[in-house]
Design a protein. Structure first.
Length: 419
């Protein structure tokens, strides 16, 4: 779905991320699109309009598309026939994203490893082959990924350097992709609690360093001159702003926006909400509800504020352990927030609150200032990948439709219309 504004020549693209479906193979991807994306298309874009999605290709599927031209043609024709527009891609999970026991393994392989580079490049080549572009009408695809590694796997600055070198090698391929296909791929790093860049400020600082290292890699390994290498690093390495993550880190929406759009392209925004519980000591039922949401698949980092200090824990079981300690500051915190993606349209979730207002303010700020995007398109991706553990699979299409409705209402209120 594409949205336009009468006073701007820029475009907003809206879609939902397919990582909520357990899809490891190309057959799985097609089945998920037929079962979920097509019914959503019929409901939300019934008049021949293309329907945007955030594609998720596990490593095996991405490699197959890279190595088998017929498989790529078949998927491209399938997407065209179904009016599905794959304008953004998620290359954070390497595979097995909807499997129990994943947790911190979602960061593996990290950016110090060649397998992460190869996977990301495979996704980029697949993306270029699946979108339509020409020299006269170039296209941009955003490819989100983590900022390097799980924090505990980085011991010193040399690890951060090795991650940046890996990113530089991926960018070298991105340059070739644009030269050959006209498709500009933007590698979009997202901060996440307990990652090597846990918040927007840490990510902005790392991007300065990563672009410098990537510039050197483009010179040394791809033969690009100094000026050209710096320009290409700035063109292809940017930010993915995840509203859930920034809310969990207690960032102010205006600060998140300023950090995400400073010094490089804003590849995309993952429009998502986290859980929140103000004054947990006064709400024992809500506290118990949050602790009961622990599950074996995804990381649910918890943050809090107490006596003006910021606190964080790696997952919900750690919160249970902290509360069992006598005098724990968590017991009397001013507020808890939890990295648990919940539907965007819900201001409350059971007895808990959500950070819906945080995401709304980020979206509203972007829609009011198209010139601040630093890209010709704004990619908005609904990323409630937890639908698989939130309820009846038969309710997913209805739930996603409500999320789309919440987001498109904000677009409409700001003067943006689909066509």
């Amino acid at each position: 779905m594409r949205f336009h504004h009468p006073s701007s020549d820029r475009v907003v693209r809206v879609g939902y991320c397919l990582n909520l479906h357990a899809a490891e193979t190309l057959t799985d991807v097609r089945r998920a699109i037929e079962s979920f994306s097509v019914p959503l298309r019929d409901r939300l874009a019934p008049d021949g309009e293309s329907f945007g999605v955030g594609m998720y290709l596990a490593a095996g599927a991405a490699r197959e598309l890279r190595e088998d031209p017929q498989a790529l043609r078949d998927l491209r024709e399938f997407l065209r026939a179904q009016r599905i527009d794959p304008f953004t891609f998620n290359a954070f999970p390497y595979g097995g994203f909807q499997e129990d026991g994943l947790k911190a393994r979602v960061y593996q392989p990290n950016w110090m490893e060649a397998a992460r580079v190869d996977y990301t490049v495979d996704v980029a080549w697949a993306a270029a082959g699946l979108v339509e572009a020409s020299r006269d009408e170039p296209r941009m695809v955003s490819i989100s990924t983590h900022p390097g590694a799980y924090g505990a796997d980085i011991n010193d600055r040399s690890g951060l350097r090795r991650c940046a070198e890996g990113m530089g090698r991926a960018l070298g391929e991105f340059v070739q992709i644009e030269e050959e296909t006209g498709v500009r791929a933007v590698l979009s790093l997202e901060s996440e609690p307990d990652a090597s860049a846990r918040n927007g400020r840490a990510l902005a600082e790392y991007l300065v360093f990563a672009r410098l290292i990537a510039t050197r890699v483009l010179q040394d390994e791809f033969g690009v001159d100094v000026e050209g290498a710096a320009r290409l690093a700035a063109r292809h390495l940017g930010t993915c702003l995840d509203c859930c993550h920034s809310a969990v880190e207690f960032e102010e929406p205006a600060d998140s926006l300023a950090l995400a759009t400073h010094g490089g392209p804003l590849g995309k925004v993952q429009v998502s909400s986290a859980l929140r519980l103000p004054e947990p000591a006064l709400h024992p039922e809500a506290r118990a509800e949050l602790l009961g949401m622990d599950e074996p698949r995804f990381l649910h980092q918890v943050t809090g504020r107490a006596d003006g200090s910021f606190m964080h824990l790696p997952d919900l079981p750690a919160l249970s352990s902290a509360l069992a300690e006598e005098g724990s500051p968590w017991a009397n915190a001013e507020e808890w927030r939890c990295h648990f993606h919940v539907p965007l349209d819900q201001a409350t979730f059971g007895a808990l609150g959500t950070t819906q207002a945080h995401a709304d303010r980020i979206v509203d700020g972007l829609l009011a200032d198209p010139e601040g995007w630093s890209t010709p398109e704004l990619h908005l991706e609904i990323e409630t990948y937890t639908w698989s553990i939130l309820g009846d699979p038969g309710q997913v299409v209805d739930g996603l439709a409500r999320e789309y409705g919440h987001l498109t209402e904000r677009l409409s209120a700001a003067g943006w219309a689909s066509r």
